[in-house]
Design a protein around this ligand. Structure first.
Ligand code: GLU
Length: 467
């Protein structure tokens, strides 16, 4: 059987968009499903808009999502000689020709066509048969145009959209090279041909390009790959996803504290489904992935669902890993992780109630800085029995060994409540406000153990003296 080969071919002109990431995931899944190859190609021929930083963003994004590719990255700008070679052959045998029309002339042509109610298209004025004896204008650098067939139609069976037919009369002779740089539609065909890509999977915004590309494949005598176009990703309002809808750059999700496996899962599920699978691993996806299960309707982002999914992955994430991912976020908030309570244990305690790493860092911060309680809140918490409860608790706690368990601390809390006949709240509030200086804490006995009982006793003394 022929090897299944897919590729992701982003243009490094900005961020790595969610749509690109999802396409990459599907390309990866098809390749892995069939035991084939997944390639990365950087389409950097747009010299004005391509940047090194944007290339790095793509490489980082692929790495973050764990999208391992088997070949590449291949850079189109490294392949100029190859495109030139193909163009030269096409020029030599009439599949392509030089066009000397100036931009002003082409504008004029289009205006005339529009005035006549026609669709603007290149009229073939520099096709060899149309310019016999026509002088070549001086000072005009020609472009190379592909000679598109005039008759017939192009049909392909899109793996997502089904059969699509476009009449050749709808297409014109497109520019394939300008100043030695290939245009997208040409470079993509030469590359996919040379790289033996079997499945071209990409956004539906490229559907219009596909018939043009198929004509070039045919002109080159190359085998036409399977095409699969993926509907766009929309915001919750059904409009094309844009910054207005929130985050659209993949790496921004890393900053916001999402786990890559959650984004991977979420994007994979966006516009593709298999039975009632909602939460699945990469390997599970690769096992069942089939392009025919992709939806033809545009996919709508649902941020709440993403948060839910991320929370599920947070819950089951390894504590050590969470600690590593959370430490810099705590430091960025002014916390000092080194020398503080075990972050691994803090993460274990907090992860089931933190939807993202950022929220986890927020919730963990109080463990890593000296408390600076709000004076009003601290005073209020010590009223109505709070002061007595906290003082008694401090006294009893000091009698426990430093390595006492959270159960021991729990029993001390119980003992204070019984002795003073007060409800839990009377003690829990000053513990939270004065000792932890946190809006919320996880289970208080465990929290105090992590802070360290000596520290807790010191904070109680200081708090009672100050407020
Ligand atoms: N460079 C194109 C893009 O980023 C790739 C299109 C394709 O996959 O053919 O949209």
């Amino acid at each position: 059987m022929k090897e299944i080969r897919t590729r992701i071919a982003p243009s490094p002109t900005g961020m790595m968009h969610l749509g690109t990431a999802r396409t990459a995931i599907y390309c990866w899944a098809v390749a892995r499903h069939f035991g084939g190859k997944f390639l990365l190609r950087i389409e950097d021929t747009d010299q004005v808009r391509s940047t090194k930083e944007a290339v790095q963003v793509i490489l980082d994004g692929m790495k973050w999502l764990n999208l391992d590719y088997d070949e590449g990255p291949v850079y189109q700008m490294d392949r100029l000689a190859r495109y030139q070679e193909v163009v030269d052959q096409m020029l030599a045998d009439g599949r392509a020709y030089y066009c000397y029309a100036t931009p002003e002339e082409l504008d004029e042509m289009r205006e005339k066509q529009k005035a006549l109610g026609l669709k603007p298209r290149y009229d073939g004025r520099w096709r060899p048969e149309n310019c016999v004896g026509k002088p070549i204008p001086e000072g005009v650098k020609p472009v190379v145009r592909f000679r598109n067939p005039d008759e017939g139609a192009v049909t392909w069976n899109d793996a997502v959209y089904g059969p699509i037919t476009v009449q050749n009369s709808e297409l014109d002779d497109l520019i394939i090279m300008r100043n030695g740089i290939p245009t997208y539609n040409f470079a993509v065909v030469v590359d996919d041909w040379d790289m033996k890509v079997s499945h071209v999977i990409r956004g539906a915004d490229h559907i219009n390009n596909t018939p043009r590309q198929i004509n070039i494949y045919r002109a080159l005598g190359a085998e036409v790959p399977v095409f699969a176009h993926l509907p766009l990703i929309c915001g919750q309002d059904g409009q094309k996803l844009s910054k207005r809808h929130g985050t659209v750059s993949v790496l921004e999700y890393e900053k916001q504290g999402y786990l890559p496996e959650a984004i991977f899962n979420y994007l994979a599920r966006l516009g593709w489904g298999h039975g009632n699978m909602e939460k699945f691993s990469r390997d599970e996806l690769a096992k069942v992935f089939d392009l025919s299960d992709c939806s033809r309707a545009s996919a709508r982002i649902d941020w709440k669902k993403l948060d839910w999914l991320n929370q599920q992955y947070m819950k089951e994430a390894d504590d050590q890993r969470l600690a590593e991912l959370t430490a810099p976020r705590i430091e960025a908030r002014g916390g000092k992780v080194e020398g503080g309570p075990s972050l691994v244990e803090v993460c274990a305690l907090l992860k089931s109630r933190s939807a993202t790493l950022e929220k986890l860092a927020d919730a963990a911060l109080f463990f890593y800085r000296e408390p600076n309680p709000d004076s009003e809140a601290a005073k209020a918490s010590l009223e109505n029995g709070g002061r007595e409860a906290l003082a008694l608790f401090g006294k009893k706690l000091a009698e426990l060994p430093e390595n006492a368990s959270s159960d021991d601390v729990y029993h001390v809390i119980q003992a204070v409540m019984t002795e003073l006949g007060c409800p839990m709240k009377v003690l829990a509030t000053p513990l939270r406000v004065v000792v932890c200086a946190a809006d919320r804490t996880p289970q208080i006995d465990k929290t105090l153990c992590l802070i360290g009982l000596k520290n807790v006793c010191r904070r109680i003394e200081e708090g009672l003296a100050k407020f």
